[in-house]
Design a protein around this ligand. Structure first.
Ligand code: ATP
Length: 670
């Protein structure tokens, strides 16, 4: 009983075997950032009603911003409809009196009905005109509200620190908040309907209270169970969505993998397709079980609510019957009361439904609001000191950084100096912290201890937008924008206009991308996105050349001192293109530019002015190629190992670095 009437609680969904197998355990909504949400979910109807005005207020504020004239028009037409409903009821009362309490012949009484009937008809016409006006204004308002809420969401998501994007809790909030704008749009409709319901209810209730004081509490008794039922169903649905959000997302992810181009080869060749499909089916079946549970629970709740409401209706009619028999109520009043109770309970029912919809939508709008609030705390701050035109060097001073969901630091006490005009290389094994170091150098991640200095100034006090403007980054996973080839280059500095192809040609030539562009059917104007019809897809190496052209466009359009960071720029290039690319990148060092090169290709770093070797997030050694080779440390070992792979095979090496195939441990049964 308590389970049924008590507060709605977070469900613990059954862990499907597929989930266990693929993800190593249950995928659950992380309670980390949501403790108080779930406290909020133990909602009583009253607390739900209490929290609603502020959420409705937030949506109405957006509506006010979006189109205040439309909002006022909607409010006026809804109030007008409410007043029309009350006047209509009074007209009905007049008709009832003429019919049941009037004197004279039947024809006289029928004539007496006419004014009331005409008034009711006139009110009906006014009412429908007002309803149409409200519909058209609300239709204008709703898309604007959604647009503003979506823009707020996108702007907030794009403006936060990179750390927030790396933080899984924040990412989950980003996911959940995406439902907010559509809910805000629907909330406008629900607000309008609720306002309408409220006004007609107040007017009907006043008419009922005038007819007989007992009728009003009876009306409330009829509608209360429905209100409780609708609200409970909404809460259960929300809790279910939240409990299952990770599971549903994972099932969708598996579904997407089956259709995505990137996974297409392994899906076929390794027979991953049928395997994933079967796991998808298992996960979808688990979700279906939840849908079934939800539907049964909804049916039971609604049945109990209707039964209680039906009992209250029967009691109301019983009371009216008794009042008439006892002579406390005339037949005419009873006739109007029956109509008023019907209209009243219908408006109360509709109001409950609308308030309930408001409540349900408000849960998502609340997530949207919470996201905006959290995002505001994590937004890259605007303003700060200007970055001096000439900074001479960029210095990393004993910097430590640990990712939010990691126990160990990705970088520990790392120091390095990048003088303008120099080429610096950073090498190290996989996971040694090179990319993290680049994110710190570019100002995207803020050191947890230590400092990044542009010249003498600590970056913490500098205007971040100006810091970013001094950095060109060609990252390992650089973006392959689904736009034209020209735009792919221009997006290196989008605010700078460029004539196609003339302005971009030097960047294309610099990156050795001339032959790539030459092959494209429409040259630089060719669309590069397989998602669109008629678009062209490039190979990995061709994309890398275009990425290099973008970096060139960004670097060479800056005159102030800056840094160019290139992280694994040649991984997809053929050997000739790789040698050329390293030469070109080194060539970008200029009196106003420092170049940092991260790579595993040791041949590309030997000409660097200074080389830093990272291991397990720490700086193992640094110096020039010759000094490091002479030291015979980690760098020398890495360089020699790679060089050995290219060494002539005529002189047999007693300790080959590449082992031959191992003999099978046991005979293959097949
Ligand atoms: N976004 C992230 N969130 C959590 N941990 C991360 C993240 N990015 C990197 N790491 C961890 O930080 C450590 C350093 O990673 P980083 O990418 O900086 O190494 P790397 O030297 O660039 O590696 P590679 O040569 O393989 O590109 C690794 O242990 C990695 O797992």
């Amino acid at each position: 009983m308590r389970k049924f009437f008590g507060p709605v609680r977070m469900a613990e969904p059954r862990v499907s075997d597929a989930e266990q197998e693929l993800f190593g355990g249950p995928l659950r909504y992380d309670m980390g950032w949501s403790h108080h949400e779930h406290a909020g979910l133990d909602l009583t109807m009253m607390s739900a009603l209490r929290s609603m005005p502020s959420l409705v207020g937030a949506t109405l504020r957006i509506a006010w911003l979006a189109d205040r004239r439309a909002l006022i028009a909607v409010a006026v037409s809804e109030v007008g409809q409410g007043v029309a409903a009350a006047v209509g009821l009074l007209a009905v009362n007049a008709v009832m009196h003429a019919l049941l309490a009037g004197t004279g012949s039947a024809s006289d009484r029928l004539h007496g009905l006419l004014p009331g009937l005409l008034a009711a008809a006139g009110i009906g016409v006014v009412n429908s005109a007002l309803a149409a006006w409200s519909t058209s204004r609300a239709g204008r308002l709703e898309p604007k509200v959604e647009r503003i809420a979506t823009t707020q969401y996108l702007a907030a998501a794009a403006g936060v620190e990179l750390e927030a994007i790396d933080d899984p809790d924040f990412r989950r909030l980003v996911d959940v908040a995406q439902y907010g704008p559509a809910s805000a749009r629907r909330m406008i409709g629900a607000c309008v309907a609720a306002l309408n319901g409220l006004i007609s209810l107040v007017t009907t209730a006043s008419v009922l209270a005038v007819l007989h004081p007992l009728l009003l509490p009876m009306l409330i008794l009829i509608a209360a169970p429905r209100g409780w039922g609708a609200m409970r169903v909404a809460q259960e649905r929300y809790v279910s969505v939240m409990s299952w959000i990770e599971h549903v997302r994972a099932a969708r992810l598996i579904g997407n993998l089956l259709t995505e181009r990137s996974a297409a080869q392994e899906i076929r060749l390794h027979a991953v397709g049928p395997f994933l499909l079967s796991r998808y089916r298992l996960m979808a079946e688990s979700a279906e079980t939840e849908q079934e549970r939800l539907a049964s629970s909804k049916a039971l709740t609604e049945w109990v609510a209707s039964a209680l409401s039906g009992l209250a209706t029967a009691a109301t009619y019983g009371a009216m019957f008794w009042l008439i028999l006892a002579g406390h109520m005339s037949l005419a009043v009873a006739g109007t009361a029956v109509i008023a109770v019907r209209t009243g309970s219908a408006s109360l029912g509709a109001l409950v439904m609308n308030v309930n919809q408001l409540h349900e939508e408000s849960l998502y709008v609340r997530d949207h609001g919470r996201f905006l609030e959290r995002a505001a705390h994590r937004t890259i701050p605007a303003g700060g000191d200007p970055v001096p035109e000439r900074i001479a060097e960029i210095v990393l001073d004993r910097v430590t950084y640990r990712y939010p969901d990691r126990d160990t630091a990705a970088l520990e006490e790392v120091s390095l100096t990048l003088p303008m005009g120099s080429v610096t290389a950073v090498v190290g094994e996989n996971g040694s912290g090179k990319s993290t170091l680049m994110k710190i150098l570019s100002g995207m991640l803020r050191p947890q201890s230590g400092a990044l200095r542009f010249g003498a100034a600590d970056v913490t006090g500098l205007d971040r937008a100006q810091v970013f403007a001094r950095v060109s980054l060609l990252a390992q996973d650089f973006q392959r924008w689904p736009v034209t080839a020209a735009m792919n280059i221009r997006l290196g500095r989008p605010d700078r206009p460029a004539a196609v192809p003339d302005d971009l040609q030097p960047s294309v030539d610099y990156a050795g991308a001339g032959p790539v562009v030459g092959k494209l059917p429409d040259g630089l104007r060719t669309l590069l996105a397989r998602v669109f019809r008629g678009a062209i897809e490039l190979s990995g190496g061709e994309w890398q050349k275009l990425g290099l052209a973008r970096t060139h466009w960004r670097s060479t359009t800056a005159t102030a001192d800056s840094v160019l960071i290139v992280d694994e720029p040649t991984s997809a290039l053929d050997p000739e293109a790789e040698i050329e690319a390293f030469d070109r990148i080194r060539g970008l060092a200029a009196p106003n530019r420092a170049v940092v090169l991260v790579t595993h290709r040791m041949s590309g770093v030997r000409h660097a002015d200074h080389i830093y070797v990272l291991t397990h997030g720490r700086l193992a050694e640094h110096g020039t190629h010759d000094a490091l080779m002479a030291a015979g440390g980690r760098y020398a070992a890495m360089f020699t190992a790679q060089a050995a792979q290219y060494a002539p095979t005529s002189a047999p090496d007693p300790t080959p670095t590449v082992p031959g195939p191992a003999a099978p441990a046991a005979p293959d049964p097949v």
